[in-house]
Ligand binder design. Structure first.
Ligand code: BGC
Length: 248
């Protein structure tokens, strides 16, 4: 009999749509991870098509948890910073349910990564204020007090040097401007110090693809708060989305 705790977790990103089957009570992947290119332009229709392809690749017929790069309230997207503007105001949950004919739960992608890290990573049983920053095409954030999430914080959108922070210190900017680790690391350190000043967390975790290169840029980080790359690294978004779908 299929295990009811197994859920398909999907992380929708600006460049890839990644999924895996997750044991949502243990927070571990129980299948291979499949990544499909995010269509360009990433209109709702095109993304739903790729999403369906991913679901079919797993022959999946049950609940799906989705991490989505937007403010998400009750399944609806309320921003579209790094995605096609047609997502703004759309009920992502209903849209993906219609295309797959399966139950879908949607949460902000950084909040998903944070939930995974707080439940199964370095944040397990951690009290106090914890801030997780995901570094990718954008900068995502997840804020916790005593393990409880304050959703949709959007700290990648604070202003620095007259622009939003993710236009100054994201992974995309590092690549676009061809910054070396020191140049980018100093920018990111400036961002972390700003967040530290505003939020005063007890611990900061870093997630997203770039966190695997932590050793290359950590020499340029001087923020005073305790800082660590997320334990679940790039799988945090997938695991967190599945866990959210399990609980919701
Ligand atoms: C979006 C956030 C998202 C972050 C990381 C930002 O541009 O506004 O909702 O969490 O990118 O994907």
């Amino acid at each position: 009999m299929p295990n009811a705790d197994i859920i398909l977790g999907v992380d929708v990103g600006a460049s890839g749509i990644k999924g895996a089957l997750v044991d949502s009570t243990k927070g571990i992947l129980v299948s291979e991870r499949i990544r499909l290119e995010t269509p360009n332009p990433a209109t709702p229709e095109a993304v739903a098509e790729t999403f369906k392809e991913l679901v079919t690749a797993f022959s999946w017929k049950k609940r799906i948890g989705v991490g989505f790069p937007s403010i998400i309230k009750k399944g609806t997207a309320y921003s579209a910073a790094n995605i096609d503007k047609n997502w703004n105001g759309l009920n992502v949950k209903k849209f993906l349910e219609k295309s797959t004919e399966l139950p879908v739960r949607v949460i902000n992608d950084a909040d998903a990564a944070g939930l995974a890290e707080m439940n199964y990573g370095h944040g397990k049983d951690m009290l106090g204020v914890v801030l997780l920053i995901t570094i990718g095409s954008g900068l995502g954030s997840a804020l916790f007090l005593d393990g409880k999430l304050l959703p949709n914080t959007e700290f990648g959108h604070v202003r620095m040097h007259g622009m939003i922070a993710e236009h100054y210190a994201s992974s995309r900017i590092r690549k676009e401007l061809n910054l070396d680790w020191e140049e980018w690391g100093k920018r990111f350190d400036e961002y972390l110090n700003y967040m530290d000043l505003l939020v005063n967390p007890d611990q900061i975790f870093l997630g997203g693809g770039i966190s695997k290169h932590f050793d290359l840029f950590s020499p340029f980080l001087n923020v005073k708060t305790k800082l660590k790359p997320a334990k679940l690294r790039n799988n945090a978004g997938i695991i967190g989305a599945a866990c959210f779908a399990h609980l919701d």
